[in-house]
Design a protein around this ligand. Structure first.
Ligand code: GTP
Ligand code: MG
Length: 351
């Protein structure tokens, strides 16, 4: 890329960049598939059985984009739009058809990966470990003991996500589901000052929802789709994912019910990530495994359901002073590894 081209790309907004990526696609594939992202602009009224009135109901309930309908269940649409399940099913199939949601070749998958954006953590070393930063279209889980800096990193990401793409940001707003009442605007202010950013502008783009119990947390995530597009949300934070679930479902007998709810909740979060090319950052607590004789006896809570939902998993450990050891645990395309970062008054930085 020449200097001029680079300059031009830096000036571009996200939709412009996506347009160019679509153009590039034609170089590889003579008959490119339309990209199934961002809940296509095609009007949902064009779907079979969905008249203007039904479309209005769907839009009001947050199903205004084709992607929302294509990934919903027939019973969900039937209930929301007040139509029969048969009609709902037809509309869903048509939406899937319009978005070409079937199999794709490896080459198409590679092309689709190009729309993925990377978010800097504030630490270049950790970014390197993550292959350039945290990725959109996926869930990143950060787990560790109390005080290991999960919340501090959440705050840093909420600031960084608003940076332009060429500065390691996502050029977007943030949705922050706070379950432990630990979101601190003052801390955001401090981090903004360190970067010379206008804290009022940054805080105005962080939409905080305080969850009072697990059902409320689920509701907040369900409602997110109503504002994702309008507010250009590119980062969704859930800090912390499991605390309410652990408090609300006590005892072995309730475990199956808890995991079922948790699974649905995670699916909603993954859908937000996929539909809006957004990044989901969840924090998680740890428990100690008394049956472990060798190695580190701590493990993330949430069981297999959560283990499989998160694409990237970062394990944080306290170290000397303000340093924290970050370990990348089972990523799909990166080697496991460790790095050290610091939590300073200015925010997350390299050691
Ligand atoms: P739990 O939510 O309790 O599980 O912990 P956590 O992993 O979310 O920890 P958190 O991110 O709250 O990190 C706490 C650590 O970050 C503290 O022990 C402090 O060392 C540091 N920290 C927290 N707030 C600040 C702050 O305002 N300024 C600075 N410099 N450091 C802070
Ligand atoms: Mg915390």
């Amino acid at each position: 890329m020449t200097g001029k081209e680079k300059e031009k790309e830096e000036e571009m907004t996200i939709p412009q960049i996506e347009e160019i990526e679509e153009e590039k696609e034609t170089e590889y594939d003579p008959e490119p598939e339309p990209e199934p992202v961002e809940g296509s602009e095609q009007d949902i009224e064009e779907l079979p059985g969905i008249g203007p009135k039904t479309a209005e109901k769907l839009k009001e309930a947050g199903y205004g984009a084709l992607m929302n309908i294509a990934t919903a269940s027939a019973s969900e649409i039937a209930a929301v739009a007040d139509v029969g399940e048969g009609t709902a099913s037809k509309a869903i199939m048509a939406a899937r058809g319009a978005l070409h949601m079937g199999y794709e070749t490896g080459l198409q998958a590679l092309e689709n990966r190009k729309k993925i954006l990377k978010l800097t953590t504030g630490s270049k070393e950790l970014d390197k470990l993550l292959g350039g930063g945290l990725e959109t279209c996926s869930i990143t889980e950060c787990y560790g003991a109390f005080g290991s800096a999960k919340t501090q990193i959440a705050h840093q990401l909420a600031v960084n996500a608003q940076l332009p793409i060429d500065e390691g940001g996502l050029n977007g707003a943030v949705l922050y589901i706070d379950t432990e009442h630990t979101f601190r605007p003052e801390r955001i202010m401090e981090m903004c000052n360190a970067k010379g950013l206008d804290h009022k502008k940054i805080l105005a783009n962080i939409h905080v929802g305080r969850a009072y119990n697990s059902d409320h947390q689920i509701l907040l995530a369900d409602k997110a789709k109503d504002i994702m597009k309008e507010k250009n949300i590119k980062l969704v934070i859930v800090d912390s994912l499991m605390s309410h679930f652990r408090a609300d479902y006590i005892g072995r007998g309730s475990l199956a019910g808890r995991q079922q709810k948790l699974n649905q909740h995670l699916h909603v979060l993954q859908k937000l990530a996929d539909t809006y090319n957004a990044l989901v950052y969840i924090t998680n607590q740890v428990m100690s495994k008394p049956d472990m004789l060798f190695g580190d006896p701590t493990a993330a809570v949430g069981g297999h359901v959560l283990h499989h939902a998160a694409t990237f998993r970062i394990y944080l450990r306290k170290s000397k002073g303000d340093t924290r050891i970050c370990k990348l645990v089972d990523s799909p395309n990166l080697p496991d590894g460790e790095t050290v970062l610091r939590i300073t008054p200015d925010g997350v930085i390299d050691r």
